[in-house]
Design a protein around this ligand. Structure first.
Ligand code: MN
Length: 727
């Protein structure tokens, strides 16, 4: 175990400004808190945080990171609290320790590797300060170094799997190649000991054989460069069992093919010398095509810079060469952490998806105080996503703003379709609740449930929206067909016919529909009038007059019969044959009912005289009357006579707002029919996700009849609002 003064000295060796007092206090505090706790190895528990602090010191990190390393397990494993740490070490340290604690709690089992990428994103999203991630990586590295002390094989495997899938790639992503390699090798040893030992045995054999070759090639390369006037450090590159294993998996090449390729690294003083060395080597040896890569002008996304090339070496074998400066080497090993000391000439990553790293590096380069910068920087990557868990720990990635509906559909469309509620972290919460990172969601389902149109308002994923729309379209069509059938039956029956499948089938093409169901649905949705269909089936009916309660398409028939009506915008002219009992009219005068307000017997009415058209009747409260306020001479007082037994029916127009949900349209038609009203026309004027606004013409006896129907409709749950249509 590193002793207190040793740790302080190590930190001071690269950071003379280090806060010695804070380091000492953290060391003592951690030692006291962990007390007599022991590790699986039998060592005092505190040896672990101290080693983690030591790893962070190797990375040459700032005082806050080292202190966080010393304290990183205190909240989770001792009676220490965030508040206590904040009181003793300041809010920043408390925030960092808390961040590491939260990350540690996230260690869920990722059974499937395809979830690993999501987990990596989650960890990054939760590492609001990059030092949280660095401490977590150091923690994991030490745990992997001591993994063999854990007795349960299953637990060792799980930790190794997680390291391989989650932490090694994360280390790579922030450019820490050395940490990544060590994590991979340690995990590989646990996950595939047989694979590893066979690779090692093979490597050992080749190494024996190649022992003389490597120094010879090194010497030859050094000489070539020196002859060109370049001082360089040339070394044969170490190959690790896992890197060979993975290449064999990925590239389908034999062990010999891989291991025979020798790799060398050349370190020179500056960037210009990198290209100079490249030129010298390409001049002296035959270049292998496709091997040259310039990661100096175009660095890798994680900031890695180097020149790579391949040549036929001095002894006739293929060799790989990496050329770079010492800074680049340090950057390759330590990644983001390298910037604490190497502020100048950092990598300039150009890939847009790594803007976060670019800005990080930029600010590190420009900030007078890198430490201060890091305290205030948040990793912004993946901020557009949230990551949630199923009760079984499966990770689901969703766009920010997603709700349990999105989650349910992401799990399975069946789960979405039958979703009735959601437990978020064990609490029942509304389906419109916005999900947060790390939430555990349990979707409550019921076979009786079907998607509600209102869900679409708070679903954000395309999958959920599409599924809801698909369901509603199907359900809506069913309703339209139902309504269309009843409209057709009624219309046909009135003329003594049957709306047969055969009859409809014969005319479906007239209406440009492929199936009779499509035709019926169009009638139900108000696109095609039921009477239009009937006259198509029975063309002879066209010239006939509908019965008094004939409903249907009044307008075309009126047009055919009455010239005055045709000229008028006011359709109905039943008054001419004396059917309308109205007082106060000059005999013989043409009478129309205004289509803006559809007056009914019982309504208080006013007549407006229009030259050449006769009298138009409006309800007393009709807004259209305002436009006649300047010409009082055109107004005539009218009223209804007593309504007799054989009174004709009148068209009342209603504006109805119906919830866009299963069954609402059929309950609408049922209610109207039960109150002996006939729907003569139905038109959907506005269709939103949640509601339909419809204009319905209902044949009624008088205003009271319409008022009864209105009241009945208002009492129907699926019907949101009912009004007499005014304009
Ligand atoms: Mn730990």
């Amino acid at each position: 175990m590193i002793r207190q003064f040793e740790l302080v000295e190590r930190v001071q060796s690269y950071d003379p400004e280090a806060d010695e007092d804070a380091l000492n206090r953290a060391y003592v505090y951690g030692l006291k808190k962990h007390g007599s706790q022991l590790r699986a190895s039998g060592d005092p528990y505190f040896s672990h945080p101290v080693e983690v602090a030591g790893i962070l010191a190797e990375m040459k990190l700032d005082t806050s990171s080292i202190v966080t390393g010393l304290l990183h397990d205190t909240i989770e494993d001792t009676d220490a609290t965030r508040d206590e740490i904040a009181g003793m070490f300041g809010e920043d340290i408390a925030r960092l320790v808390d961040g590491v604690t939260k990350l540690s709690r996230l260690e869920v089992q990722s059974e499937s590797t395809k979830e690993a990428e999501n987990l990596r994103k989650l960890v990054l999203a939760m590492s609001s300060d990059i030092r949280v991630l660095l401490v977590k990586l150091a923690d994991r590295l030490h745990n992997m170094r001591t993994l063999h002390h854990i007795k349960e094989p299953a637990r060792r495997k799980r930790i190794a799997r997680e390291t391989m899938d989650l932490y090694a790639p994360l280390a790579s992503r922030i450019g820490m190649e050395r940490v990544k390699r060590e994590l991979e090798e340690l995990a590989f040893a646990e996950l595939n000991p047989d694979g590893r030992s066979s690779v090692q045995a093979r490597l050992g054999y080749l190494k024996e054989k190649g022992d003389e070759i490597v120094p010879q090639v090194e010497a030859q390369l050094t000489k070539t460069l020196k002859d060109g006037g370049l001082e360089a450090q040339v070394s044969g590159r170490e190959k690790t069992p896992y890197s060979i294993w993975r290449k064999m998996q990925q590239k389908n090449v034999s062990f010999e093919q891989l291991a025979d390729i020798m790799a060398f690294r050349i370190i020179v003083a500056d960037v210009a010398q990198c290209y100079q060395a490249l030129g010298l080597l390409h001049g002296a040896f035959q270049v292998l095509p496709q091997r040259f890569k310039d990661y100096i002008s175009v660095p890798k996304p994680n900031g890695y810079r180097s020149l790579h090339t391949g040549v036929i070496g001095p002894l006739g074998q293929r060799i790989e060469i990496q050329i770079r400066t010492a800074d680049m080497q340090d950057q390759a090993d330590r990644g983001v952490a390298a910037h604490w000391v190497y502020k100048e000439g950092g990598p300039s990553t150009d890939a847009p998806q790594y803007a976060w790293l670019r800005s990080l590096v930029d600010i590190l380069d420009k900030a007078p105080n890198a430490e201060e910068f890091l305290e205030h920087t948040k990793l912004e990557m993946f901020q557009d996503q949230v990551f949630c868990f199923t009760p079984k720990g499966k990770l689901i990635a969703l766009p920010r703003g997603a709700t349990p509906i999105d989650f349910a559909y992401a799990v399975h469309s069946q789960v979405g379709d039958t979703c009735v509620g959601a437990k978020i972290n064990g609490r029942m919460l509304p389906l419109r609740t916005t999900l947060s990172n790390g939430d555990q969601i349990e979707i409550v389902t019921s076979k009786a449930q079907t998607p509600s149109p209102t869900w679409e308002r708070f679903a954000v994923t395309g999958k959920a929206k599409a599924a809801i729309r698909r369901f509603i379209r199907t359900r809506q069509r069913e309703q339209y067909i139902q309504l269309g059938k009843s409209l057709l039956d009624k219309t046909f029956h009135e003329e003594g016919y049957e709306a047969t499948e055969k009859g409809l089938d014969g005319v479906k093409a007239n209406f440009k529909h492929a199936t009779t169901d499509d035709l019926i649905a169009s009638v139900g949705s108000g696109i095609i009038g039921a009477r239009e269909v009937m006259t198509a089936v029975y063309p002879g009916l066209k010239q006939q007059r509908p019965s008094a309660r004939g409903g249907a398409d009044v307008v075309p028939i009126t047009r055919a019969r009455n010239k005055a009506a045709k000229a008028s915008e006011n359709g109905r002219t039943a008054a001419e044959n004396g059917q309308i009992p109205i007082k106060g009219l000059i005999p013989g005068m043409a009478v129309h009912f205004a289509r803006c307000c559809h007056p009914l017997p019982g309504d208080r009415i006013v007549g407006i005289i229009t030259t050449g058209k006769g009298v138009t009747l409006h309800t007393i409260d009709c807004a259209t009357l305002e436009s006649f306020s300047d010409s009082p001479e055109r107004w005539i007082d009218v009223g209804w006579d007593a309504v007799g037994e054989d009174a004709p029916s009148y068209t009342g127009r209603l504006k109805v707002t119906v919830a866009n949900q299963p069954g609402s349209l059929s309950s609408l038609s049922t209610v109207i029919a039960r109150h002996e009203g006939n729907i003569s026309n139905l038109r959907i004027v506005n269709r939103s996700m949640d509601f339909f606004d419809m204009v319905i013409d209902v044949e009624v006896a008088d205003v009271k009849h319409l008022a009864d129907i209105t009241a009945a409709l208002r009492a129907t749950p699926a019907i949101n609002a009912v009004e007499r249509a005014r304009n």
